[in-house]
Design a protein around this ligand. Sequence first.
Ligand SMILES: [Zn+2]
Length: 49
Amino acid sequence: MTSSCYDPGADGRPCGRCDSCGLRAKGFAEAGKEDPLSLRFGSGERRAS
Ligand SMILES: [Zn+2]
């Protein structure tokens, strides 16, 4: 599984905000699935400080 996020975190976590992440999330939503990367990393930005 690869992410084409434009601005991933140092740990590879997708930002969840760029166009690529948006399209990715939309694709999973339309397929009725959770994005495994979202599940793995969490969907929020709570770690940002
Ligand atoms: Zn992104």
